[in-house]
Design a protein around this ligand. Structure first.
Ligand SMILES: Cc1ncc(COP(=O)(O)O)c(C=O)c1O
Length: 398
């Protein structure tokens, strides 16, 4: 049998996977600082209310609307308003997840072999999402000088290729936690308008800013000079990845936006992939999970402080300054190999972290740590991590 070359047997060969799997298989307690599933970290979900919202008799009838149930799209527009921008439910398309939103946008914006620009470091799944659509991803750099910035000259250079169709921003970015700033968005908008590119802004973590910054962009939805799509979903906004609801909010010059929405609607109508229960429940779910968002935000704050405090005992290692999201990046002096550090941590300290290469850090030694785990377990893991880093740095990577 011949299969598509777009989807090889192993979509993301991971040279570390076998040794990590073997170390995990040894059994015993592992401090998992890769855990990013909010349903597994002891958060206070309003369980009965969530179940009641999903048990509405409305879920028993099937009345498909390709863009999604109107009341659910209104709730998404209300979420944009909470992020500071008025949008219309008519500009919203529901999807089964943010990942599906990417896939529909790649279908609508790109022919096979077209190019989409993505931030580096960035979210690893983008690579697979593009590959399965036959789209080429081209990274553009984020630079760190104490804070993160878009490298606009480098972005302009890669955008010049005529097969470029879209620029993805992840706002705040996973894993750097950096937000797009107003001047960066203005530059991006003029680049996109001048080159007829779309802006695809992944805003799944938009609610999880770590502080206030008037220069920060919380959503690209609203009046835009270029075609722009804001992506989000219940997985992060409500901490409910299992319910499978995402969305796209389209913005930009009227004719281009309307055309994009018609094409998205055609794709949506082909699959009708969003289940009725979650569409019916969405308005209530978004409201009643406010305490979950608060709990996640305070968990992330507390674990960040614990990590900073622990790292004070590992001179040379430090977190890079983030502004939001669920992750921290620890930069370590490059005295040895990143993978050796990750496997040593797992084997000897039973602490599991992601290596920086997984998120396409272009060099150096970085560890990516989830800030979601329960605080007492996190604090123990952070102190083991810091002790290992101190030894590793002092021992020249051994
Ligand atoms: C930046 C980013 N975008 C999208 C997603 C996927 O979200 P969903 O569960 O809605 O597909 C994730 C999940 O971790 C993410 O980190």
């Amino acid at each position: 049998m011949t299969f598509s070359r777009r989807i090889p047997q192993d979509l993301s060969p991971n040279p570390l996977a076998a040794s990590v799997a073997a170390l995990l298989a040894r059994g015993g307690e592992v401090h998992d600082l890769t855990e990013s599933n909010p349903t597994r970290v002891g958060l206070p979900y309003p369980r009965d209310e969530i179940l009641a919202a999903l048990a509405d008799p409305e879920v028993l009838s099937y009345a498909p609307d390709p863009r999604g149930r109107h009341e659910a799209r209104e709730a998404v527009a209300a979420r944009s308003l909470a992020l500071g921008v008025r949008t219309s439910p008519d500009d919203v398309v529901l999807t089964a997840s943010t990942s599906e939103a990417y896939s529909w946008l790649f279908k609508v914006l790109c022919d096979p072999g077209d190019r989409v620009l993505v931030p580096r470091p960035g979210y690893p799944l983008l690579d697979l999402l593009a590959r399965v659509e036959g789209v080429d991803l081209v990274p553009y750099p984020l630079r760190y000088d104490g804070t993160w910035h878009l490298d606009l000259p480098a972005l302009r250079a890669v955008a010049a290729d005529p097969r470029t169709r879209a620029v993805v921003v992840v706002n705040p970015n996973n894993p750097t936690g950096s937000f797009l700033k107003r001047d960066e968005l203005a530059a991006l908008e003029s680049l996109a308008a001048g080159r007829d590119l779309a802006i695809v802004s992944d805003e799944v973590f938009a609610e999880y800013a770590w502080g206030d910054d008037p220069d920060r962009v919380t959503t690209v939805a609203g009046e835009r000079g270029a075609l722009a799509f804001s992506l989000g979903g219940l997985s992060k906004t409500a901490g409910l990845p299992q319910l499978k609801l995402g969305w796209i909010v389209a913005s930009g010059p009227g004719p281009a936006k309307e055309e994009a929405l018609r094409r998205l609607e055609l794709v949506a109508d082909t699959f009708l992939s969003v289940g009725a229960p979650v569409q019916v429940a969405a308005p209530r779910l978004l409201e009643l999970t406010a305490p979950v968002r608060d709990a996640i935000a305070s968990r992330v704050r507390r674990n960040r402080s614990a990590l900073e405090a622990a790292l004070a005992g590992a001179p040379g290692a430090a977190t890079l300054r983030g502004e939001g999201g669920w992750y921290a990046v620890v930069r370590v002096p490059a005295v040895g190999a990143e993978d050796d550090l990750v496997t040593t941590l797992l084997r000897d300290d039973r602490v599991h972290v992601h290596p920086g290469w997984f998120f396409d850090f272009p060099g150096g030694v970085h560890l990516v740590v989830s800030l979601l785990p329960c605080p007492d377990r996190f604090a123990e893991a952070a102190s083991r991590l810091a002790a290992r880093l101190a030894e590793w740095i002092a021992g020249g990577g051994r």
